[in-house]
Structure formats: structure tokens, C-alpha cells
Write a protein that binds this ligand. Structure first.
Ligand code: GLV
Length: 314
């Protein structure tokens, strides 16, 4: 039996499965542990199951001490982990790929449809009692058929978003380091994708190279009729620059599920009609969250049981 910290509540029976084999220290509070609490509770642990909002950096790894063997992230993105430092200490890091691909791709399409058909704006108007009735040219949106969906990032979620595009009659282009060779999808360098996409959807992980990939310059190069969609990590977009571009109508709109400083949202975005904002719901279905929790726990059980991790981060 080893000691394992779970940094936030997990759904389903996953914690019970872990507790059948290990001594579980579960933080069941609504809010994430503070930096200090996290470090205190990490001390002497063999494993940590870390949820969004938890940062396992060099200091946290040092706080855990030499007992730490596995850091199991309950997310596919792992910009919250110092994977290189963990590896240098022989600690295995894992994430939860695949199980959240479809849920995140579905939410991406919900955002694409929501912003192009002005659903947020329409609902706000209706609830405010300001709707005067059906009108032939009332609240017209933008159609998708024949337009170009630009996917930034050649990974699983980008692919799942691309594969759904046929249902809406869209053409698809992808930019990534290498041509992912997705059927029917044109490989384009980012410099060409940005000015030609009608919908630009971001699916790259957050790394030093992708931080503020969409900045003022990129936004000014987009079509004035284009929409930006972000379901990856907030900091891939310069939020201040985006608020400015939306205010100036340099692009038609944006739909965001992620923010640079969650749960804060750039105050200028909150007052704009041409942006749809959701509170980081990409993988938020009961089925997907259960599968993510199960996969993270399986990784801990495997590594602490002396077996290879199921989904190690390499
Ligand atoms: C959620 O944001 C994830 O990376 O899984």
C-alpha cells in the first residue's frame, strides 16, 4: 500500500478502486488546493492524481520527495506538469488521451455552430425581453457550406473536428509540423491557413512555441468574415489582442472554451456580442469524465503495481 494524493473530486467509482489498493488522500473541496496546501499534502506520496488547476512543477515534485513514482494528469493537455524534471527523477507522467477526443470535438462544433448562428447573442436578447418577433433579415448568421475550416494542429482532436466537417459541407485545411495525411484534408502552412480560413480552430497543445500563436499580427491577417475557435488552452491566444480585434471587427467573431487566466476572462470580452464564451467544458460529459478518471486511476494502479503506464507522456 502506498500513499496517493488526488487533488480534486473524481466522478464514479474510480477513487474507490484506488482506495482498495492504496492509501488515498482526497481533496474533496470545491476549489483547487492552494500552492502551499498542495505541497504539504504531496510530501511522502508515491502517486498524485492531478486535475485541472493543479500545477505539478519542479517545486511540487521536490515537495513530494523521493517517494514519488507517478504523476497522473486527468486531462490530455499537460502544460501544468514539469515532465522533463519528473523524467530526470525517474517519475512517470501520464495523461488521458483518446477518451476525450470525441467530446472535445463535439464541443468544438457546438461552438462553431453557436457563434456562426449567433445563439448566445440571440438567447441574451430573448431573455432580456428585447425580441420583437421574427424578421426576414433579423440576426442573420453565416453559413458553413463550401467554406474552409482551418485546423491548427495535427493531433487526435483536430482530426476528429476535421472528420465532422463533411456533415456541414465544409472544406478542411490543416497546419501542423508534419502533414498528418487526413483523408480529404489539405495540408497548408500556417501562414497560408490563417488568411484563407473561414473558421480557424485551434488544436495545438500549449508549449513555449504555441503561447500567443494567435496574436495581434495573426488576427489582422485573418479574413474580416472569419471566426476563431479555441478549445485547447487559453494562452494559445493573446486574449487582449483578441478583444481588440473583435471590438474593431477585424474578424467576425470568436468562440472560446478556454482562457489565459481561468476562471478570469478578459473583461473586454464579456461586453462583446460577437464572442461566445463557455466555461472550459471541452471534455465535460458524464461518460467522458468517468472514462478520464478511470484511465488516470488505471495508470496509477499500473505504475505502483510495477507495470508500465497505459498512457505515458513521452
Ligand atoms: C482539458 O482541458 C484537457 O486537456 O483534457
Amino acid at each position: 500500500m502506498s500513499a496517493v494524493l488526488v487533488t480534486r473530486r473524481l466522478p464514479g467509482a474510480s477513487v474507490a478502486r484506488l482506495a482498495a489498493h492504496h492509501d488515498v488522500d482526497l481533496h474533496a473541496g470545491e476549489l483547487p488546493l492552494s500552492h502551499e496546501e498542495l505541497h504539504e499534502r504531496l510530501e511522502g506520496k508515491a502517486g498524485v492524481v492531478v486535475l485541472l488547476g493543479g500545477r505539478i512543477d519542479r517545486a511540487a515534485i521536490d515537495a513530494a520527495g523521493p517517494s514519488l513514482k507517478i504523476i497522473a494528469n486527468v486531462a490530455v493537455g499537460y502544460d501544468n506538469l514539469d515532465v522533463a524534471y519528473a523524467a530526470s527523477k525517474g517519475i512517470v507522467c501520464t495523461n488521458t488521451p483518446d477518451v476525450l477526443t470525441d467530446a472535445t470535438a463535439d464541443l468544438t462544433w457546438a461552438l462553431i455552430l453557436g457563434i456562426t448562428r449567433r445563439l448566445g447573442e440571440g438567447e441574451r436578447m430573448l431573455r432580456a425581453g428585447a425580441w420583437k418577433g421574427w424578421g426576414f433579415d433579423f440576426m442573420l448568421g453565416s453559413g458553413l457550406g463550401g467554406k474552409l475550416l482551418g485546423i491548427v494542429g495535427g493531433g487526435r482532436i483536430g482530426r476528429a473536428v476535421a472528420m465532422r466537417a463533411a456533415a456541414f459541407g465544409m472544406r478542411v485545411g490543416v497546419s501542423s509540423r508534419r502533414d498528418p495525411q487526413w483523408p480529404g484534408v489539405e495540408f497548408l502552412p500556417l501562414e497560408r491557413l490563417i488568411p484563407s480560413a473561414d473558421i480557424l480552430s485551434l488544436h495545438v497543445p500549449l508549449t513555449p512555441e504555441t503561447r500567443h500563436l494567435v496574436d495581434r499580427t495573426a488576427l489582422t491577417r485573418m479574413k474580416r468574415s472569419a471566426y476563431l475557435i479555441n478549445t485547447t488552452r487559453g494562452a494559445v491566444v493573446d486574449e487582449g489582442a483578441l478583444a481588440w480585434a473583435l471590438k474593431e471587427h477585424l474578424i467576425a467573431g470568436a468562440a472560446l472554451d478556454v482562457y489565459e487566466r481561468e476562471p478570469e476572462v478578459h473583461p473586454d470580452l464579456l461586453g462583446l456580442e460577437n464572442v461566445l464564451l463557455s466555461p472550459h467544458l471541452g471534455s465535460a460529459t458524464r461518460e467522458t469524465r468517468t472514462a478520464m478518471a478511470d484511465l488516470a486511476i488505471d495508470n496509477v494502479l499500473a505504475v505502483l503495481g510495477g507495470h508500465p503506464a497505459l498512457t505515458p507522456i513521452r
